[in-house]
Design a protein around this ligand. Sequence first.
Ligand code: PMP
Length: 444
Amino acid sequence: MGDPDPTNDRTETERLDEEYVFGTWAYQSEVDPTEVTGGEGVRFTDASGNEYIDFSGQLMCTNLGHSAEAVSEAMAEQAEEGAYFAPGFATEARAQLGEKLAEVTPGDLTKTFFSTSGTEAVEAAIKIARMYTGKDKILSRYRSYHGATYGSISATGDPRRLVAEPGVPGMVKAPDPYDYGSTLDPMESLEYIDEMLMLEGDTVAAVLVEPIIGSNGVIVPPEEYLPRLKEIAHDHGALLICDEVMAGFGRTGEWFGSDVFGVQPDVMAMSKGLSGAYAPLGATTVTPEIAEHFEENMFCHGHTYAGHPVSCAAGLAALRTYEEEGLIERSSEVGEYLGDRLAELEEDHPSVGDTRGVGLFRGIELTRDPDDRVPFGTRDDRMSMGSTVLDEVSAAAMDEGTYVANVINTFIVAPPLTITEGEIDEAVAALDGALEVADDAMDR
Ligand code: PMP
């Protein structure tokens, strides 16, 4: 299976993949996927036997690393006992996972709608907010990603939304708390949102935000931002939906990004770390008042695989693993070390404009001109979602044995929460070498 094909350097799997698989995003049009064969801890291996540190946790989701046996065993057990029952039946795994989520989510978020991805978790949150409030509009921010289906991509603010425009009606976009690159001060951007909500009249069902912005640059707002945003939303009769798809499950050194700011949203969307990436699983948790509304009014929504028993078994085992192995606290402690090491890269490389983040959720933003904070040029052919220079740095890091994803103008560092300081040192050394490519490209 994984043997390299001597005739063209592509493995048989890579050849079949290219011929028969319609890839996601750039993987259909430009990038030829490399065959991967396995993972162990924070490392994964390609078909030529090269090993990589998973410094971005694949798509910022392998929070438990690649060998969380408790999770894979729980999945196998569930598959043997009964792989699938329709969502209209109650299963132990789903019921217990619901209970566990009520325990770990902030405040009195108590009832969970299950789905299979972050996109679906947000989609459900939007529908819940609209049906609950009887209002149509959703206010989200430009530097955001909320998913790929029509509702969630219409709520998305970054250029990935452009192919879907004009999209779903009623999506209002606001500015972001982006201290490094925006002309607006983060707290001023909030007052702008206040004004927008006033001008929209009483038509906005919810304000939808990532508490810490993920793929748009790992942007952490000031401490007072999220509490004030909740106040503003409520003042205008809108719910606060927090999209915790990337920030949730220990990534930030707390269970959730909302916890970093001591805020309980009205609706929370989750996925990624929820199952530690062992199974497709999304969750949308709401307050008792919202849940109660849907006891009288049917929630016209659901999927065949909503609350799939094997996914829920994975989720339950994942949550127990976070607790038993103290991974949330660990993320906070090891995250400090990671932050210090990345700050050294900022000092040593003129092309590193900013390093920021919390816990094991960090961004490295590049610049071709540190004084004016000019980003590197964008890739023309990927809806301006990235830069060829950052791609070159990622490729150089890969050659040095470290996988690090980049989006727009930032590398996203989001390794498994099990990473050690020694493994961080290895990955930072690889990045240190790779960033020379960007230093050299500053006047290109
Ligand atoms: N919301 C956020 C904040 C995300 O980061 C993502 C995925 N990166 C999504 C929603 C969509 O999740 P998925 O890709 O699982 O559908």
